[in-house]
Design a protein around this ligand. Sequence first.
Ligand code: SAM
Length: 317
Amino acid sequence: MIASSAATKPPISRYVQSDACVRLPYAYTGQSGVLGWSGLLPTMVITDPEFQWLRHWVREQLGIHLSEQKRELVVGRLQALLREQGFASFHAYCHALQQDTSGHALNELVNRITTNYTYFYREPAHFEFLWREVFPPLTRILRQQNNRDLRLWSAGCSTGEEAYLLAMLQMDYLGAEYPQWRAGVLATDISQPVLEWAKAGIYSAEHLERLPDGLRRKYFQPQPDCQTFRVHPSVRDQVVFRRLNLMNPRFPFRKPFQVIFCRNVMIYFDEATRRGLLSRLHQCLEPGGYLFIGHAESLGRQRDDFEYILPAVYRRR
Ligand SMILES: C[S@@+](CC[C@H](N)C(=O)[O-])C[C@H]1O[C@@H](n2cnc3c(N)ncnc32)[C@H](O)[C@@H]1O
């Protein structure tokens, strides 16, 4: 599924500081797009060279592989952006993308083409495994070491459901002991609008549908509109949301994580991009630390740096 429409998102600040742009090793030299006509609005037509350049650019910047089959969908979404921003053609837009050094253009593009679909308790076996098989030995070992540092990362967190659930589980698992731990969850995404949504922590009943009742009652406050629910401040305080492009060659963490959730993000990457990201995730995991990926994803063949544990669950060797 492609990103939900911007109209359903809460208001956002459009321009934010972004990661530095990666420059492509070649220049955009496409031909000018032609104006077609569909219904009442002029349709901007993308030429083959323009689409190929855009594909390459998106892959370099975001790791996202836009297949030929996605062409119509992507062009449809970008047309709205071009109109809003006053570009007369894809030719002009591609030039502007290439010239932009502020990262704003990349931000705008990301918001149109990324897939942000998620909900609370997606792929529940992962959370059950975390509770049953990861937390008990991990917290026992940390206690033995007199270490109270529990580090979880939700990479590609979208609108925050996964990250908040991880925080709730941590809090429930540690119970009264929780305040004595340096716990909490780091949640990152490339898209600023989804991060703003996540920070607000307000969700419709539909987003919470699959969450066990106990968690819903304990950690959500019904809002005055009677249709939405807000994550309790005690949980919101435990999640730090940051913008991070997983394509960055290095990640800015001082300490490795014991658990990384990077689910349903790599599915849009090609094999080489996936391999590079997995190596960087490996470096950010403690030896013996767990990596959770989406059930539709795989680590690929010949990876002896991760041990397979369960479908979509791996352990750093
Ligand atoms: C489908 S959502 C996954 C949400 C959640 N992890 C889950 O499994 O339900 C994928 C998220 O990955 C983010 N994403 C895509 N490319 C990215 C990149 N290069 N760096 C960081 N985040 C990226 C998107 O913005 C989107 O919010």
